[in-house]
Write a protein that binds this ligand. Structure first.
Ligand code: 4NP
Length: 154
């Protein structure tokens, strides 16, 4: 099983959206028995919570399931467990490196998968309120990531 972990700050807006979108794409391509997806936050404020209502609304609009998803915090063992760790912004990546075991971890930034986008980080909709913009970046980023995983690992 190839495993992917999306990471943001709170694990209620961006990374759960990416988790749900990626899982849906994996399912559509018939790869659910080969690739698993999870998400986590570097912060601990929202542990146990469902995704933010802005993320839920976007996922509802696109009929993408987020059933059972609850926020959790990144743990040291994530670094040995996951094949791909994908950070939403630069501070997520630097916070990941401060977690024990994360110093040397290979971290992909979602926007590095989209070199033609002007934005170099996925903006935080918890502060901007713009969940549509985040969806667009995550949707295209997940397509690129899935193609890369298929090419590299399957
Ligand atoms: P996320 O958004 O990192 O995309 O889940 C945030 C959610 C909560 C907070 C910050 C960002 N917060 O400060 O509580």
């Amino acid at each position: 099983m190839i495993s992917v972990l999306f990471v943001c700050l709170g694990n209620i807006c961006r990374s759960p959206m990416a988790e749900a979108v990626m899982r849906s794409k994996i399912s559509q391509r018939g790869l659910s028995d080969k690739i698993s997806v999870d998400s986590a936050g570097t912060g601990d404020w929202h542990i146990g919570k469902t995704p933010h209502e802005g993320t839920r609304k976007l996922l509802d609009d696109f009929r993408i399931s987020y059933e059972g998803m609850r926020a959790r915090q990144v743990e040291s063992r994530d670094f040995s467990h996951f094949d791909y760790i994908v950070a939403m912004d630069d501070s997520n990546a630097s916070n990941l490196r401060k977690v024990p075991g994360g110093e040397e971890a290979e971290i992909v930034k979602l926007m590095d998968l989209l070199p033609n986008e002007k934005l170099r980080e996925v903006p935080d909709p918890y502060f901007t309120g713009n969940f549509e913009e985040v969806y667009r970046l995550i949707d295209t980023g997940c397509d690129v990531l899935l193609d890369r995983i298929v090419k590299e690992k399957l």
